[in-house]
Design a protein around this ligand. Structure first.
Ligand code: MLT
Length: 216
């Protein structure tokens, strides 16, 4: 763990420095250590960058303020997504890594979605686990070709299916290549999340390599 840069965070080099890094964004009450095992399962060799959310709700770290469960302080969403994006840019320079793919869970997934919408170009893509649309008036953004995987839980009491559907259609409208799957689970993660995230990541890597070969 290090406190340098603007967020307390953990950075794991991985064994393949050239691989696309993952930005790990934890859920409410988590910290920079939480998603490292998941990140390693999904991408065994890649660099992992894992910040701790700066907002405290009854002592529990989060990435932005909420007024009640599912009711977000949208000014704070915007401010914090920009702050996180600045950190990601700084950290990529400091550690010599490329723009990462976010792997976010719950509040972290919503934060990744806000970052995609507000700061296009900072993230190379995103895996959004149990996400919703975090902004009621999302800006129109250029996300052409950015790969996004959204995994929702059919019985998730915290994230409505409509919220995830709206998120998927907003991102698609902005040009992102969105795959949205709904799993037979709740808000908690399952082995299916891990397997689907792994498969998606491998497919999006080979897709990116092919695109690079076509347009070197
Ligand atoms: C959020 O606040 O982003 C969502 O309600 C999920 C959560 O509680 O983390």
């Amino acid at each position: 763990m290090t406190e340098a840069l603007s967020f307390i965070h953990r950075f794991e080099k991985g064994t393949d420095q050239a691989a696309r890094p993952l930005l790990l964004l934890h859920g409410t009450g988590g910290d920079e250590n939480d998603l490292v095992p998941l990140g390693r399962m999904v991408a065994p060799d890649t660099p992992l960058l894992s910040p701790r959310g700066k907002v405290l709700e009854n002592g529990m770290p989060r990435f932005f303020r909420r007024l009640a469960e599912g009711v977000f302080d949208e000014d704070d969403v915007r401010r914090r997504a920009n702050e996180l994006a600045d950190f990601v840019v700084e950290a990529c320079k400091q550690y010599g890594i490329a723009a990462p793919i976010a792997l976010g869970y719950s509040n972290g997934a919503n934060t990744a979605a806000a970052t995609l919408l507000l700061r296009p170009g900072v993230l190379a893509g995103a895996i959004l686990l149990r996400a919703t649309l975090p902004l009621s008036q999302p800006p129109s953004t250029d996300l052409a070709g950015v790969p996004v995987l959204i995994l929702s839980g059919a019985h998730d009491p915290m994230m409505s299916p409509q919220g995830a559907d709206r998120l998927a259609s907003v991102l698609q409208h902005d040009g992102a290549v969105v795959e949205h799957r709904t799993l037979p689970s709740g808000h908690e993660l399952s082995q299916a999340d891990v397997s689907l995230a792994q498969q998606w990541l491998n497919a999006s890597h080979s897709w990116a390599r092919e695109a690079q070969a076509r347009n070197p």
